[in-house]
Design a protein. Structure first.
Length: 471
C-alpha cells in the first residue's frame, strides 16, 4: 500500500507461471539484488532481467507488499496483477523478473518457484537517522524506540505501533493482527526486527519511516514500562521538554493541573501554577472545565510549546473556579501565556464565515492584531458587529516564525459565552454598514444583549429600521 502510490511499472503485463521473460535482446541478467539496487535507469526502455535466490522477509496482502532478501540485499517485489498464491515469510524463492524504478529499484513482472524454507538474514541495527537517509530501504534491520500508542487499520487488520526515538518517530506495521493491543508495551523500550520501509510522495521523496514486521514474535522488550504510569513524580508544566541531565523525554511525564478547555475525542488544555499545556487524548475522559486532573503523556513538539501525545487522564475529585489571566497583545507575543487561559480586550476589525460559524479579526487595546476562532465548528449564532469592543476569554495559541520565535497569536474560544460585549460600535458606523441583529453576552447583567447593527457597506437604513437602531 505504501509503495503503490508513486511507483511506475516498466512493463504493463505480468507473468503467471515460471519461465523466462522476453525483454529486448540487449538487456543483461542480474544475479544479485545488490546489483539491482545499484542499477541506474537510463530511459533506454531495456530493463535488466533478474534471476536470484532470496528468502521472503515480509508479506502484506493490503498493498500488496512483498519483500525478499538474498545474501547481499533486500528488495520490494511488485505483485500487482499477479493471480498466483503469494509466498509466505521464510520461504526460499527462485525468483525471476525485470528491474523497475520507483523510490528505489524493485522487481517487476515477478515469477518464482518455491525451494522450501530458509532462515531470515541477520538484522542490521540502524538508528532513526540512518533509516531516514533511505539507504536501508527494503533491508532486514532492527530498530529500537519507546512505544507510544497503537492503531488498528481496518483494511488488512494492520497493527500500527507509534514508536519514538531521541531524533524522530517511526511506525511499526504488523499485518493480519487479531489479538488485543499489547498495552504492556506502552512506554516500554522495545527492539523490533523487520523490513525498513519508506513512505514517499508522488515525487518519490521520503516523508516517513516504517518498519514492516511480520509478527509480534519479532519484537523484544528491552526495558519494561512502569506498572503504574501515574506513580511517577509530577513535572511542572513549564519544565516539560526542557533540558535535564536526569530526564528522558522519550518516556511519559505526569502533570497535575486544572482543565481549562475540553474537546471530546481530541484532548484537553490544563494549567498548573506555572503555565498551560495541551494533552492529546482519545481515552474517553468525560471531565469538565475546572476539574483537577493528573495526566500522563509523551512530550512532543507543538506549534510553540511542548504538548503531550497519547495522554491518559485521571480525575482527582476536586473542582475549582477558573480565573483567566488578563493580558494585552504585547504580552501575548512574548510567548509565556501559550496554551494558558487568558482574557484580552479589543475591537472587531472583520468577521469571516467559517464552516457555519465565524472567525473574528481583532485588534487589541494596545494595537496588536490577532484572530479569535472557535475550537469546534458549530452554529454559534450571529457574530458581533464590526467596530464592537469585546472582552474575549479563551486559550492563547502562539504561532512562530521560521526561527521558532512567536510571530502571531490567536485566542481559541470554547463557546459564545467567551465573548463579552464592552461597547457597541458608534451609530454612525452602523448606518454606514447596513444592519442585522446580533446576540452577544453582556457582562453588565450576565445575560445576552440583543441589538441591531448595519452590516453591508454603503447601505442606508429605511424608516422602519432607524428608530429601533437608534433606540
Amino acid at each position: 500500500m505504501l509503495r503503490i502510490a508513486a511507483l511506475t511499472l516498466v512493463f504493463c503485463g505480468f507473468g503467471t507461471g515460471f519461465g523466462e521473460t522476453s525483454p529486448s535482446s540487449g538487456s543483461r541478467t542480474l544475479t544479485s539484488l545488490a546489483q539491482l539496487r545499484e542499477l541506474q535507469v537510463d530511459g533506454s526502455g531495456r530493463p535488466a532481467r533478474i534471476h536470484v535466490r532470496a528468502v521472503v522477509t515480509y508479506y502484506d496482502p493490503v498493498g500488496p507488499d512483498l519483500f525478499v532478501q538474498d545474501a547481499a540485499a533486500g528488495i520490494w517485489v511488485d505483485l500487482r496483477g499477479l493471480k498466483v498464491p503469494p509466498p509466505k515469510v521464510g520461504q526460499l524463492l527462485d525468483l525471476r523478473g525485470t528491474g523497475g524504478a520507483g523510490f528505489s529499484p524493485y522487481v517487476a513482472n515477478p515469477q518464482w518457484k518455491n525451494l522450501g524454507t530458509a532462515p531470515l538474514p541477520d538484522p542490521v541495527r540502524v538508528s532513526f537517522e540512518q533509516a531516514a537517509t533511505g539507504s536501508s530501504d527494503s533491508q532486514w534491520v532492527e530498530m529500537e524506540g519507546v512505544v507510544r500508542s497503537f492503531v488498528l487499520e481496518a483494511e488488512g487488520s494492520v497493527l500500527v505501533i507509534d514508536t519514538a526515538t531521541p531524533t524522530g518517530v517511526f511506525t511499526v506495521r504488523v499485518p493480519n493482527y487479531h489479538a488485543p493491543f499489547p498495552m504492556a508495551m506502552v512506554d516500554a523500550k522495545v527492539r523490533f526486527q523487520g523490513v525498513c520501509g519508506a513512505a514517499f510522495n508522488r515525487r518519490n521523496q521520503l516523508v516517513a519511516i516504517h518498519l514492516m514486521m511480520p509478527g509480534m514474535e519479532y519484537s523484544n522488550v528491552l526495558k519494561a514500562a512502569p506498572a503504574d504510569p501515574f506513580a511517577v513524580l509530577a513535572t511542572p508544566v513549564t519544565k516539560i521538554g526542557t533540558f535535564s541531565a536526569q530526564s528522558d523525554d522519550l518516556h511519559r511525564v505526569k502533570v497535575i493541573g486544572t482543565i481549562t478547555a475540553r474537546f471530546p475525542a481530541q484532548g484537553i488544555f490544563l494549567m498548573d501554577a506555572t503555565g498551560g499545556v495541551y494533552a492529546e487524548s482519545q481515552d474517553g475522559f468525560t471531565g469538565n472545565q475546572g476539574d483537577e486532573v493528573e495526566v500522563v503523556g509523551f512530550p512532543a513538539r507543538g506549534n510553540y510549546s511542548t504538548v503531550l501525545r497519547s495522554a491518559a487522564i485521571r480525575p482527582m475529585g476536586k473542582h475549582q473556579s477558573l480565573i483567566p489571566v488578563r493580558i494585552d497583545g504585547q504580552s501575548a507575543l512574548k510567548g509565556g501565556y501559550d496554551a494558558g487561559l487568558v482574557r484580552i480586550s479589543g475591537t472587531v476589525q472583520a468577521v469571516n464565515p467559517v464552516n457555519g460559524s465565524y472567525s473574528l479579526a481583532m485588534q487589541s487595546d494596545d494595537h496588536v492584531n490577532f484572530a479569535a476562532n472557535f475550537a469546534v465548528p458549530a452554529e454559534h449564532g450571529l457574530p458581533p458587529s464590526i467596530g464592537s469592543r469585546l472582552q474575549l476569554t479563551g486559550i492563547c495559541s502562539i504561532k512562530t516564525d521560521e526561527n521558532g520565535n512567536p510571530s502571531v497569536f490567536e485566542i481559541v474560544l470554547r463557546s459564545p459565552h467567551d465573548i463579552d460585549l464592552l461597547a457597541s460600535p458608534p451609530l454612525a458606523d452602523q448606518s454606514a454598514r447596513g444592519f442585522h441583529r446580533f446576540c452577544i453576552r453582556n457582562p453588565d447583567n450576565g445575560g445576552f444583549r440583543v441589538g441591531r447593527h448595519f452590516a453591508q457597506a454603503g447601505s442606508q437604513p429605511d424608516a422602519t429600521h432607524q428608530s429601533p437602531a437608534r433606540k
